[in-house]
Ligand binder design. Structure first.
Ligand SMILES: Cc1cc2nc3c(=O)[nH]c(=O)nc-3n(C[C@H](O)[C@H](O)[C@H](O)COP(=O)(O)OP(=O)(O)OC[C@H]3O[C@@H](n4cnc5c(N)ncnc54)[C@H](O)[C@@H]3O)c2cc1C
Ligand code: FES
Ligand code: FES
Length: 1340
């Protein structure tokens, strides 16, 4: 293969259009090609590593051998453009658009309210679209499988599923009894649920949907078929700056290339190599891409087994094995079924579609799901090289270490041989991962046993594990101890001991979780034992089968999604049908979000002369900066400048709560990830290259502080500390029956907005004006900060926020800091500068929710009444104050939650540590505060041996009361929510069923919890309770509304449109909401505190009322006129058709000296009941049902509000049960992307997820009697935590342990499994704290 020539022109199609590329760059992935080269910005960047699905596209290829077209979804971020020869790519823009025709998939996700911020929506659409291209009438299982690789941080997934479910045949069913079950309309029977009932209002009309018409789809380009059929395949070479891409077409050529370039990797799916290049900085000067070498895709079936080409994707292998399992007798498919178990759980669909099995084997990940099964299943490889073909057994000798195998550098895996199983052979596979789907396993295993015919005598035994060493490991000695012996309790008992001895893990093992991993090795063997015993019974070797109770150890967790209820009140009878208030109006941008037309910050076209900015961050937790040497960086081609603190012409600090915070560190750094400077270059790649060679010399300062314990020891705090007390706590402790002291540690939470921090700053070129386009929650704050940094007045800085792809509190202060730096760059260079953080940078730099250590002492009576509680909160604030003091204040204001504790004391403090500075996050400390309180109540219940719900009920506010800050309120609706939640969830009966379930299942436990919430709405800093708006009516009657709120997916613009529509008496279609712009509406407050609609709604209402009043005389003059005619005559009568609106909100305050105040306008109330099923052997769990009852007054838009409720709940579920930020012992954030940090995916949504809006609730304190809802429900995710804790309690009781126990948050499978204290976890010797350096710090 020689240099570039004509044949090295890359040819593929995108959305039906031919693309030819003469200079294809091997380093360019399809995502950036689409976005930057083709300007198709519908496909989004969320992580760049295959972990989020935001970049999903459909790839179609013609297969000449079968004359069929293969469609599959793929992650554009990992798909090298050079691999696209002959492919047809379809992006979200290619299937429909708002101008001509919206595709049914786009329409249904939009109409079902499945798009909030919309950043994940194009990816969701493309996953679903691809599924429908392959299967126009999918099952629910198909849908959840197809969407398993797509993350959404806003919706809670339920509406997405509901929208897409309309494509299933069964969705026409009432689903009252499960699809097609007895009593179901699918069987022609009448629906009991439907009979004689007025149908409840629905969130969307299923009858009003475009039909799916496969004939309307883009056809596969005939030219590509012709090319594949007639033109000979030729090898190709593509040369980039740093990489050469070689694409052979024959095996012979491939062998030759590999012989000449033994170090060059073979790139198939690019799912190992791609992330290695992106995240680990691996550089491969030559890449060989053999995706067109047919021999690597051949499948040969023999009587012994099946030989599968190493290039086959996981999806292809899965389909093939499924076919074999159908065809062959069961006894021959043990190995195939074990593999299928792993294949179904490996990554998400997009990765499975491209990841090759050869790549998986050779990558030799320590936790490869396939290798332990291949190895235990006696599989082998056919390997080719110049020296010829060779059979290589896939056994322990093959795996040599992390990413290392016994293959020689020039060897190529041609195929994998998977044998059929024999009679008397049993094989199973196991895996446990941090998330049920789309997560690399913590530990996995393949186990195979062969018995001497007709007996339980073990002839062969093979056990392999992943995740317990640097590579796949064999438990050889354990197997040897069992071989030749009968399979019975005694033999297995010895096997556990041997195994424990054999699989040893260092306490600092990468990934940590050492005790858990070790216990899983035992649990898996135990599960295998159960499987084998059952099978031996089936084979008539064992006389008795396992009891149902014991079989619970191997029963799969429930998985089937159930129909859910979303219950809300219809609008009052007689409401004008054109008045949209109170109706489930679709998010006003949902369609454009679903078609990819919605413009996010990074979708703004490139400006002339635009530069890119990459931040330089500290690599030390605490050090003096001795020097910053930028010489080498300035030499990097394309680098234009490097900026540091010295370049700031104005204020170098931001000041929050009175404490200064440097924008760019000048003399000292105080955390890893702190901003030190920035490199500006012509391209992002060049800026990144520049940033990597900036040399900073440090002198480490002693003893960085990472944990709150250390901070307490060193008294490292941001002041002031806060304290509040009512009654006399100390005295009350003397009068109670019992006193108990406990604590709970709460981890932080990454915002994980799908759109990372993004901005473009454009100097206008005159008068020192800057236009700043950014994704943020508080444009005014950004404006002020930029002006102060540059030393110019605010009237020269114009901040524009069109929409935000998720924020959750993380785009207030941190965005402003980055905006200051980007503006500085634009200022200095006089050119437009774009800064879009990569996911890893974003996670490293921008901080998270505050981790908290909560300690409490509680005094209570034997009847359950809590008389006194003393709670201390230590929040890990990180290295700067940010909003931490406000957070710890809010913690104290909410520590009572729903409970009237007569003697109550709380103290809170923000600990200054050397971790990245934490910031606001949905709930602003409340989720941490209430969690400590609820845990305390749970402990009281455990001390008294009663259900926690009883103790909650006993202590709840019952009548008009004063809170601990002397604020009077009526808890009536709190109690109504609680009672209704109990009824709707059928709590009493299900509680009994849970008890019964737990008696009948040894290894499986169910748990339930109901949690109430009382959440204060509005800002306790009274001045923030204001808003303004600007409304114009144009002469054609169209209306333009600007207001101070930012649209982040919470639907504020939709609600404002509804408000304006009602007030002006015109249909919503007349009203357009423009971007949030500091020039249109100045001095805005942040869109936060669940107060955006309350404040801006009133401001919009005010402006519209003024305008309507002006128009009234005109209307009177011509009562039969139209809106347009009135507007026109108003213009001719010189009546102003433009008005500002203003809302002067509640004068709230909190006096910390007096410990009293009116910090909230009102409370939003709610209650939530969740039930989980827990596998005690692995800590894996499933939320089987959740019922939420919320009092949100009169909802302005029930679909938007229910969306907020479900989304916040799932985010809370993530906080309390899954999401774990891990820091190395030197304070480096280890979890910097979706591969390491798991947010809830579709598999985490409760199987039955009911939401009820409390009827008959009014709220005189907010617009149209509505209530704020953005934040409160997040805390209700803790119901899942407490349900898990309830299940763990049942397991512990069975294991002979009673009384309170510690379960810290998040209750991950690791913590949960260890807390169950099974016979297997008990066998693991606990490592002595402080004796060894663990992999990660124990934060808070
Ligand atoms: C988001 C994500 C989630 C994942 N989740 C899981 C999971 O849950 N479980 C799991 O097991 N894995 C998981 N993986 C890993 C994934 O399965 C592997 O990366 C994949 O199988 C590798 O195949 P590939 O074709 O993409 O390899 P590539 O990246 O193309 O190549 C990988 C390596 O294999 C070598 N290679 C490839 N083919 C051959 C061959 N025929 N002969 C010799 N060498 C060859 C290459 O030289 C290269 O060194 C995940 C990966 C990602 C990105
Ligand atoms: S951006 Fe491609 S998967 Fe996240
Ligand atoms: S709508 Fe899914 S991430 Fe926002």
């Amino acid at each position: 293969m020689t240099g570039t020539n004509e044949r090295d022109c890359l040819c593929f199609y995108v959305n039906g259009k031919r693309v030819t590329e003469n200079n294809a760059d091997p380093e360019t992935m399809l995502l950036s090609y689409l976005r930057e080269r083709l300007r198709l910005t519908g496909t989004k960047y969320g992580c760049g590593g295959g972990g989020c699905g935001a970049c999903t596209v459909m790839v179609s290829r013609y297969q000449p051998s079968t004359k069929t077209i293969l469609h599959y979804s793929a992650n554009a971020c990992l798909l090298p453009v050079c691999q696209l020869q002959g492919a047809a790519v379809t992006t979200v823009e290619g299937i429909g658009n708002a101008k001509t025709r919206v595709h049914p998939v786009q329409e249904r996700i939009a109409k079902a309210h499945g798009s909030q911020c919309g950043f994940c929506t194009p990816g969701m659409v493309m996953s679903m679209y691809t599924l429908l291209r392959n299967k126009p009438q999918p099952t629910m299982e198909d849908i959840t499988e197809a969407l398993g690789g797509n993350l959404c941080r806003c919706t809670g997934y339920r509406p997405i599923i509901d929208g897409f479910k309309t494509f299933c045949q069964e969705s026409n069913c009432c689903q009252a009894n499960g699809n097609g079950a007895a009593g179901c309309c699918l069987n022609g029977e009448s629906c009991p649920e439907k009979a004689d009932k007025e149908p409840p209002p629905q969130l969307f009309d299923k009858g009003d949907l475009l039909p799916l018409d496969p004939t309307q789809e883009l056809i596969f380009p005939p030219e590509l078929i012709l090319m594949a059929e007639s033109e000979p395949q030729v090898s190709q070479v593509f040369r980039g700056d740093r990489m050469v891409w070689l694409s052979p077409v024959s095996l012979e050529e491939l062998i030759q290339l590999k012989t000449s370039h033994p170090k060059a990797p073979l790139v198939m799916g690019n799912t190992t190599i791609g992330p290695d290049i992106k995240f680990k900085g691996a550089l491969h000067p030559i890449i060989i891409s053999p995706t067109r070498v047919q021999e690597l895709f051949e499948v040969t079936k023999t009587t012994q087994g099946v030989s599968i080409g190493a290039g086959c994707s996981v999806t292809v292998v899965k389909a093939l094995l499924q076919g074999l399992v159908q065809e062959l007798p069961e006894e021959k498919t043990e190995i195939y079924r074990a593999l299928l178990h792993q294949l179904g759980n490996l990554a998400g669909q997009q990765i499975r579609n491209v990841a090759s099995i050869g790549g998986n084997i050779v990558s030799a990940y320590p936790n490869s799901d396939l290798n332990p099964v291949f190895a235990a299943g006696n599989c082998s490889l056919t390997v080719v090289s110049k020296g010829g073909k060779e059979e290589v057994p896939l056994n322990k000798n093959f795996f040599l270490g992390f990413g290392k195998t016994s293959l020689k550098p020039d060897e190529i895996v041609l195929s994998v041989f998977i044998p059929m199983s024999r009679k008397w052979e049993i094989m199973r596979a196991f895996r446990q991962a941090p998330r049920k789907e789309n997560a690399l396993a913590t530990v996995n295993s393949g186990m195979r046993v062969m018995f001497t015919e007709g007996s339980s005598l073990v002839k062969e035994l093979s056990i392999y594990y992943g995740g317990v060493g640097p590579c796949t490991v064999s438990a050889t000695r354990t197997c040897a101890a069992v071989i030749g012996r009968p399979w019975n309790e005694h033999t297995l008992g010895e096997a556990y001991t041997k195994l424990l001895d054999e699989i040893h893990l260092d306490p600092s093992h990468p990934g940590g979780k050492v005790e858990f991993r070790r216990s899983l090795t035992l649990s898996f063997l135990f599960k295998f034992n159960l499987e084998v015993l059952h099978k031996l019974w089936e084979l008539n070797v064992m006389k008795e089968d396992l009891s149902e109770e014991v079989r619970s150890g191997i029963r799969p967790l429930p998985k089937q999604l159930q129909p859910s209820t979303q219950d809300f009140q219809a609008v009052v009878e007689g409401q004008n049908f054109e008045d949209p208030v109170g109706r489930p109006v679709m998010h006003r941008s949902a369609i454009s979000q679903a078609t990819g037309e919605a413009v996010y910050c990074d979708d703004i076209p490139k400006m002339d002369g635009e530069l890119h900015l990459v931040l330089i961050t500290s690599t030390r937790p605490h050090a003096k900066i001795l020097a910053i040497d930028v010489t080498e960086a300035l030499q990097v081609p394309g680098v234009v400048d490097v900026i540091t603190s010295k370049d700031i012409p104005g204020k170098k600090f931001r000041t929050f709560t009175g404490i200064d915070e440097e924008l760019l560190a000048e003399n000292e750094v105080s955390c890893v990830g702190q901003l030190v400077g920035a490199v500006i270059a012509n391209s992002r790649r060049q800026a990144k290259a520049g940033a990597s060679v900036v040399k900073i010399s440090y002198e480490d300062l002693p003893e960085p502080v990472f944990t709150v314990q250390k901070a307490i020891e060193k008294k490292s705090f941001f002041l002031p500390q806060r304290m509040i007390e009512r009654g006399n706590v100390t005295k009350a402790f003397d009068t109670v029956d019992q006193v108990y002291e406990g604590e709970i540690r709460l981890g932080g939470q990454e915002h994980f907005y799908m759109e990372t921090q993004s901005m473009v700053v454009v100097p206008s070129g005159e008068d020192r004006e800057l236009n700043v386009y950014l994704s943020c929650q508080h444009p005014t704050y950004a404006q002020e900060s930029i002006a102060e940094t540059l030393g110019i007045p605010s009237n020269r800085v114009y901040c524009h926020v069109k929409r935000v792809g998720g924020a959750f509190g993380g785009k207030v202060t941190k965005t402003s800091i980055i905006a200051c730096i980007t503006s500085l760059a634009a200022w200095k260079t006089g050119r437009a500068v774009r800064c879009v953080l990569e996911r890893g940078e974003d996670m490293l730099i921008t901080g998270a929710r505050h981790p908290v250590l909560g300690r409490y002492k509680v005094g209570f009576m034997n009847d359950g009444k809590i008389m006194a509680a003393d709670l201390d909160y230590y929040a890990n604030a990180g290295n700067t104050a940010d909003e931490s003091v406000l957070v710890i204040e809010k913690i104290l204001l909410h520590l009572d939650n729903a409970y009237n504790v007569p003697n109550l004391r709380g103290q809170s403090v923000a600990c200054k540590t050397n971790l990245p500075s934490n910031t606001a996050f949905r709930g602003f400390g409340v989720p941490q505060s209430m969690m400590v309180t609820e845990n305390m109540i749970n402990d009281v219940a455990m001390k008294l041996g009663r259900n926690a719900e009883e103790i909650r009920e006993i202590n709840m506010y019952k009548e008009v009361s004063l809170t601990h800050y002397k604020f009077e309120f009526d808890p009536k609706n709190l109690l109504r929510c609680w009672d209704e939640c109990k009824v709707k969830s059928d709590y009493e009966n299900r509680r009994k069923a849970v008890v019964q379930f737990n008696q009948q299942n040894r290894w499986r436990k169910r748990g339930m919890a109901i949690i109430p919430i009382k959440y204060g709405i509005a800002f306790s800093e009274g001045f923030l309770n204001q808003a303004a708006s600007l409304v114009h009516i144009y002469k054609d009657g169209s209306v333009l509304v600007s207001h101070g709120g930012t649209e982040m997916g919470q639907g504020i613009h939709t609600k404002m449109q509804q408000v304006a529509s009602r007030e002006l008496h015109v249909p919503p279609s007349f009203i357009h909401i423009t971007e949030t712009n500091t020039s249109a509406v100045p001095n805005t407050c942040p869109s936060a505190a669940s107060f955006g609609t309350d404040a801006n709604g009133m401001a919009v209402k005010d402006a519209c009322e003024k305008l309507y009043k002006r128009l009234e005389p005109v209307m009177k003059q011509n009562p039969t006129g139209t809106w347009q005619s009135w507007v026109k005559s108003a213009f001719f009568q010189k009546i102003s058709l433009s008005s500002t609106g203003f809302y002067r909100g509640h004068d709230l305050y909190m006096d910390w000296e007096k410990q009293e105040g009116q910090p909230y306008a009102y409370y939003t109330f709610g209650a939530c009941c969740s039930e989980v099923e827990l596998d005690c052997l692995t800590g894996n769990y499933r939320t089987v049902r959740t019922d939420i009852v919320m009092d949100i007054g009169r909802s302005i838009n029930p679909s938007v509000d229910i969306g907020q409720i479900e989304g916040a709940f799932l985010q809370g579920l993530g906080l309390y049960t899954m999401e774990e930020l891990q820091f190395s012992p030197s304070g480096v954030l280890l979890t910097r992307g979706p591969s390491q940090y798991k947010i809830p995916a579709i598999c985490d949504t409760p199987l039955k997820f009911n939401v009820y809006l409390l009827a008959g609730s009014d709220n005189p304190h907010a617009i149209y009697s509505s209530k704020g809802i953005g934040e409160p429900v997040l805390f209700l995710g803790s119901s899942v935590f407490f349900a898990i804790k309830d299940a763990v309690l049942a397991a512990r009781v069975e294991n002979g342990m009673v009384g309170p126990f510690t379960l810290d948050s998040p209750a991950t499978p690791e913590k949960t499994c260890l807390a169950c204290n099974t016979i297997f976890t008990q066998k693991i010797p606990a490592s002595t704290p402080g004796t060894l350096k663990p992999w990660a710090l124990n934060i808070p």
